[in-house]
Design a protein. Sequence first.
Length: 433
Amino acid sequence: MTFQPVYIVDGMRSPFLKAAGAPGPFSAADLAVQTGRALLLRNGELGRHLDEVIIGCAAPSPDEVNIGRVIALRLGLDERIPAWTVMRNCASGMQALDSAIANIQRGTSQLVLAGGVDALSHAPLLFSNAMVRWLAQWYKARSVGERARALSAFKPHYLAPVIGLLKGLTDPVVGLSMGQTAENLAHAFGIDRTAMDRFAVQSHQRAMAARDGGHFDHEIAALIDGSGKVYQHDDGIRDDSSVERLAKLKPVFDKPAGNVTAGNSSQVTDGAALLMLASEQAVNDYQLTPLGKITDSQWAGLSPAQMGLGPVHAATPILKRQQLSPNDLDAWEINEAFAAQVLACQAAWKDQHYCESALDYAAPGPIDPQRLNVDGGAIALGHPVGASGARIVLHLLNVLRHRQQQRGIAAICIGGGQGGAMLIENLSQGVAA
């Protein structure tokens, strides 16, 4: 079946706010509702014509399990509009877009609000299994004697919490954290600490220049917390980042000999990103002027131990189908889960043996660094897992608009050993400030 393009009418995201060791000022639904409200207001009465809402979220809170429906109702949308939630780890936001594409292409929806959100600062602390078992015995106790025996069996270490986020970022099949998979790639492709830190500094420098140049202004919807404080900008960008500063950080995932640190990894962050997608019929019916269109998409699987190469495995089939090489495209967004991971993708594309054995593809060579993540990425901005896949699609379109360029690919690696990619085409000659 030929891929039928789906149009991007508009999109916005929240500022990405780094977790600071305690729950942030916004729940995941708060982030998406404030972002969605700004997007709907910017588009007049179009929200009344939505056919469905699809939201990607990797870690919804217990009271927001079907967070897509919570968001839709809190936005004041008609209760007859269905809303649902998808989860594909780091690509949940991109999966929401792809699910919208599928429904639009088969004609069951014409206009969809889709994207992703996560408030990782609200990730729960969990009881250990030992504590849960002890509590089960305690609640079973009826007599004073039974409760005394239960108390005598209690051990203080039962109270040690289990950090839910760390469990979620560890692959249960191979038993590796996402950071350890990045260490695997660094070893496999000979990527050293200095290269990682230089890439991380570049991410901050490019994000700082983009922020100061107003490149994020069109896509960011300011947030207001309960005390009236306004959040207008991403707060993870380090203006003072340098290779010398990063060199002082110790490895996090492979102590003491590893090279992946907090400084050359994406930040734990809260954020939302939403797009309004439309069929050609909706564009005509509502006389819309779309900003761009999604002209191809692809998912891929690979070893969980090398999950960071997901962008290579997902984007390469698109390149094959469209008869393109990486630098035939004007711009790329590859989510920066880790500096090592993005650098490994670049190395894989120039490794003839890897491309032939893993992709059945002649090595096309790496992406021109001046086309890749030109405004920085998740190392500087942060990686709210559910939102990042939607953010890179939205920002890629804005890069193409700002530079008055035509086409690009947004790609993302996915915990568990997958990758996702989308080919985007700019339809607007206007500049996204």
